[in-house]
Design a protein around this ligand. Structure first.
Ligand code: MLT
Length: 256
């Protein structure tokens, strides 16, 4: 297993994703939120390219069954949207049995930019062991950890999680794991936090911004480790939940 890390989505364009796997990372908050939504019973999540597409797609899908129009711009829900992009909104009461159409500043676009990849997964601290188990079980040759970043710039929380996930894969994979220099650097960044995921959320600029607009609780929610047993995977343009892990004993325990 060769692990590559893309530090923000502006760098995806020239990466050889074809035939490789991609894990899209947008810790604050899209990939934490989509993992929560699928665990809360959402049927599928459509990552829209822009607001117009989100509105038209939600209208179209509403003809097939209950559909929620969700997402944010600059962290805040758009007018007339059913939900914003806080994971705390995606409760079973709100999303169980429904299709979700969502549009966010970075995460949804990053998912769409990874289309050439053989398999696209998504997640964060909340479902890290489920991701590790899924990756180890299939043992792809090349794995790209794709940090969304913020508006095509580096962001600490995504990069730190890439390091956390890579460290887990080093620890639990039976096959030989090699890492790119960017991946090794990400491992060092996370190592420096010694598992203090909330410290990462408090240090990063988007975490501070979200707190300043009233979403301080999202820092804690996105810092939780292994609270969701779900692997969001892109299938036919939608994010769906991989079947839950069959044997709890096989799950690698999450450690710092
Ligand atoms: C993103 O897509 O960049 C984030 O999810 C934005 C946010 O929810 O604050």
């Amino acid at each position: 297993l060769q692990i590559h890390t893309i530090s923000h989505r502006g760098q995806i364009i020239n990466q050889p994703l074809r035939d490789a796997w991609a894990v899209v990372i947008d810790i604050l908050r899209f990939t934490t939120t989509v993992s929560t939504a699928l665990c809360s019973g959402a049927l599928r999540v459509y990552p829209a390219g822009d607001e117009d597409e989100a509105r038209s797609m939600a209208k179209k899908l509403s003809l097939e069954g209950e559909c929620l129009l969700c997402g944010e711009v600059d962290g805040l829900p758009l007018p007339g949207f059913d939900l914003g992009n806080s994971p705390l909104e995606y409760t079973p009461e709100n999303v169980n049995g429904k299709t979700i159409v969502t549009m966010t500043t970075n995460g949804t676009g990053t998912i769409r930019m990874c289309r050439p990849a053989a398999r696209i997964l998504a997640g964060g601290f909340v479902n890290v062991s489920a991701l590790v188990h899924h990756i180890i079980a299939s043992d792809p040759s090349n794995l790209y950890l794709v940090c969304s970043g913020q508006r095509d710039s580096f962001c600490l929380e995504d990069y730190a999680f890439a390091g956390y996930l890579a460290r887990q894969l080093f620890q639990h994979s039976d096959s030989r794991v090699m890492a790119s220099p960017e991946t090794l650097a990400a491992c060092r960044v996370m190592g420096d936090y010694e598992g203090d995921t909330l410290g990462v959320m408090r240090d990063c600029s988007h975490g501070k911004y979200l707190s300043s607009i009233g979403f301080a609780a999202d820092q804690e929610a996105c810092a939780q480790i292994d609270v969701l047993d779900v692997v969001p995977r892109v299938e036919g343009g939608y994010l769906i939940a991989e079947p839950p892990i069959s044997n709890e004993n096989e799950r690698p325990e999450s450690t710092a």
